[in-house]
Design a protein around this ligand. Structure first.
Ligand code: DGL
Length: 266
């Protein structure tokens, strides 16, 4: 029986979705959470649509069977390619990061020009562009895949000169498009926010889809009267492989102490 004490399920291709986890935890500290990182099959950003759908369905079914009250697809790639399919196998609502991120960007752009950054799969899917155009038909959307950002973050190189050079290479040529808002359309990119802000220059508004998705989750739970408002929520981390590496990187990159990480192999 689902009730307020039931956990929120969050899943990602690996540990990048911990940026969403952190936003959820900050906004709803009383909530119990199960976080699943598909570390055996990461990255999703370079995989085919069929593969991302198959992986996402497996994880959504697993979380649903564990009695979660809501599933957040923290991974932008999975949200772009597999949200509808994940919904089909879940007994509870499933929200992704694309719609919330697009809504936040559409609300703050002043000149109706938005840059979307993400993995190759997210950008090729055009999911952010579709969502933005539905919200604001006149909006101009520019999209840029930045595939080197994920390995740079996972290497812990967020503050290195090399990362800034890579960001310049990807983003500088786009500045002439005149967008005033950029969507960080990948779990890892919030960790590069200061580099991206520096490269794009002052005045650019940065939308972090992780924070937007956490706010949407809260609205969803409140409307279903399933918010947990007392006590400190318990958290369980599950990885599909290499739990030790997950634990180490969670602490190193995001300062999260996971405790024991359970392993679930498909
Ligand atoms: N989680 C992925 C995303 O947000 C980035 C890492 C990957 O490619 O799996 O798109």
């Amino acid at each position: 029986m689902i009730n307020g004490k039931s956990p929120i399920g969050i899943f990602d291709s690996g540990l990048g979705g911990l940026t969403v986890f952190k936003s959820v935890r900050r906004l709803m500290p009383c909530e119990n959470i199960i976080y699943f990182g598909d570390t055996a099959r990461v990255p999703y950003g370079t995989k085919s649509k069929e593969a991302v759908i198959a992986f996402s369905k497996e994880i959504a079914a697993l979380l649903s069977d564990r009695g979660v009250k809501l599933i957040i697809v923290a991974c932008n790639t999975a949200s772009s390619l597999a949200l509808e399919e994940a919904r089909k196998v879940s007994k509870v609502p499933v929200i992704g990061v694309i719609e919330p991120g697009a809504r936040a960007a559409a609300a703050i752009t002043a000149n109706n020009r938005i840059l979307v950054t993400g993995t190759t799969a997210t950008i090729s899917s055009g999911a952010y562009g579709r969502a933005l155009k539905k919200l604001k038909p006149g909006v101009r959307v520019y999209e840029k895949a930045c595939p080197l950002f994920v390995p740079l973050v996972e290497e812990g190189w967020c503050a290195k000169k090399l990362t800034e050079l890579v960001a310049c290479e990807y983003l500088k040529p786009l500045k002439k498009k005149g967008f005033d808002t950029v969507i960080l359309g990948c779990t890892h990119y919030p960790l590069l926010q200061s580099v991206i802000a520096r490269v794009l220059g002052g005045g650019i508004k940065i939308v972090d889809s992780a924070a937007a998705a956490a706010a949407e989750a809260m609205t969803n739970l409140a409307s279903r009267k399933l918010l947990n408002v007392s006590g400190r929520g318990r958290v369980r981390f599950i990885a599909s492989d290499a739990p030790g590496k997950f634990k180490t990187l969670a602490l190193r990159l995001l300062g999260i102490k996971t405790g024991c990480v359970e392993v679930h192999r498909f």
